[in-house]
Design a protein around this ligand. Structure first.
Ligand code: LLP
Length: 440
């Protein structure tokens, strides 16, 4: 992990609450998300359950747009579907005029299912199959961000064969260290992502002459959970230089896709503010005269979501373990990236009770099934509820059925109401696609 990540004492529960205006501890109802008591949701739909606040997500999109507007930089936001691909979330962003950034046919079809027009969809990713490209092109996808010379040839062949024109951007790998976790950095030369800067000018010129292709511009995406404007500054500076060089060589460059990656404060690290980001963007690319695009995922959805879980029991051994009914198969991030997620008691009384260190774990048979270590938390009785915070991005989308655990339900909070948006998976659904061959 990079040294910009926090290392000091952990924030108090009060600090976690204070940093999240979407959450409030009500004296009687306990923890509320956008004024809806989480207990009411758990009573109705059980746990574990994902709860998403539409108001929070809407406000974050608005804040990002406002920051760019304040710099007089119009920007087209293509929400990165991978962060949370629920149709209700995609529909929310569509209703607010956002497009989608997708990386698979499945994501394309989800975006379409939520009513996002093909023209408002950008296709990223290092391995787009021929079948996927054919379908996306036939449907009229807005832009494809190509990640290699090989892929450019493939797209040209497929588009030309179908008598179509692909709007193509080249994803430049700016060779910038975004200072994030090694597993989510993408902008370094030895990552699998993007095309080295030196290869872009000849490839751009070559691609512009290929049948079935119209070159639209350049894309950069350097990683995820980025907490400083500096790596972006370097990357966008290089992208701007590239666009000027391409234009000087006679190429048409209409768009610049700034990617995503804006980091949020999971613990007490200051997240990247839209204002700082937009101000940096204006400095680096302000005078370029291009259509600006962005592909944020986490920034828009993470803080709006919680994973609501119940305490199965507290186990007193060498340590104190709080065992939840949610596990790594639901929220993978702590096990996979050692990610820190805030954990708040849902009950008002528990919130006021004395705290002591505990490991918060799930029931899955893996040592990595730990949500938090030595976290200062009150004592919980069986059935008490907790909320794992900032779980609206890379939560449900990364969950699995490991240990034959059905996928959790999901609920959307909007306008003071709540509504089930994913039914809890049934046990029968776990094996409905399986076939037992007759062996005897
Ligand atoms: N555009 C491209 C091309 C991407 O690869 C990604 C994320 C995004 C946009 C959106 O990035 P965001 O704004 O959400 O940071 N599972 C990891 C994060 C993986 C990100 C992959 N690419 C996690 O849980 O932290």
């Amino acid at each position: 992990m990079a040294d910009i990540l926090p290392t000091g004492p952990e924030p108090e529960l009060e600090d976690l609450l204070a940093a999240r205006p979407q959450l409030r501890m009500h004296g009687q109802d306990g923890l509320c998300l956008e004024d809806v008591p989480l207990n009411a949701i758990a009573d109705r739909y059980g746990t574990p359950v994902w709860v998403y606040g539409a108001g929070t997500m809407r406000a974050r999109l608005a804040a990002l747009r406002a920051a760019f507007a304040a710099e007089a930089l119009p920007v087209d936001i293509h929400y990165a579907v991978k962060a949370n691909d629920h149709l209700a979330i995609l529909n929310l962003f569509r209703s607010l005029g956002a497009g989608a950034d997708i990386v698979s046919l499945g994501e394309f079809l989800r975006a379409r299912q939520a009513g996002i027009a093909p023209a408002d969809i950008v296709y990223s990713g290092v391995g787009k199959s021929a079948a996927e490209l054919e379908m996306a092109l036939a449907a009229g996808i807005g832009q494809i961000n190509a990640e290699s010379a090989e892929e450019v040839e493939m797209i040209s062949a497929i588009a030309a064969r179908a008598g179509l024109t692909a709007c193509l951007a080249l994803r430049m790998n700016p060779d910038v260290d975004a200072g994030t976790h090694a597993k989510i950095t993408t902008g370094l030369a030895d990552n699998k992502f993007g095309i080295a800067a030196a290869e872009i000018p000849p490839l751009y010129a070559h691609a512009a002459r290929l049948p079935g292709i119209r070159m639209t511009g350049i894309a950069v995406h350097i990683g995820s959970q980025i907490l400083s404007t500096e790596p972006y500054r370097l990357a966008y500076g290089k992208a701007a230089g590239m666009i000027r060089a391409l234009r000087a060589a006679g190429q048409t460059v209409d768009s610049l896709d700034l990617g995503g990656g804006l980091g949020i404060g999971y613990r007490d690290e200051p997240g990247l503010t839209p204002r700082a980001f937009a101000a940096m963007a204006r400095q680096e690319i302000g005078g370029l005269d291009v259509r600006l695009m962005m592909e944020p995922g986490r920034f828009l959805t993470a803080p709006g979501g919680v994973l609501l879980a119940s305490v199965i029991l507290e186990k007193r051994a060498a340590k104190r373990f709080v065992v939840l009914d949610a596990a790594m198969n639901d929220l993978m991030r702590p096990a996979m990236y050692e990610a820190w997620h805030g954990i708040l008691p849902v009950g008002a009384a528990a919130f006021q009770s004395p705290r002591g260190p505990a490991d918060v774990v799930g029931p899955v048979c893996e040592t990595a099934d730990i949500f938090a270590q030595d976290r200062a938390l009150p004592e919980f009785k069986p059935g008490a509820r907790v909320a794992l915070l900032d779980a609206g991005a890379y939560g449900a989308v990364m969950s699995s059925n490991y240990n034959a655990r059905p996928r959790a339900a999901a609920v959307l909070v909007h306008g003071g109401q709540f509504q089930l948006i994913t039914r809890r998976q049934s046990h029968e659904a776990l094996w409905e696609d399986e076939i037992i061959p007759a062996l005897d």
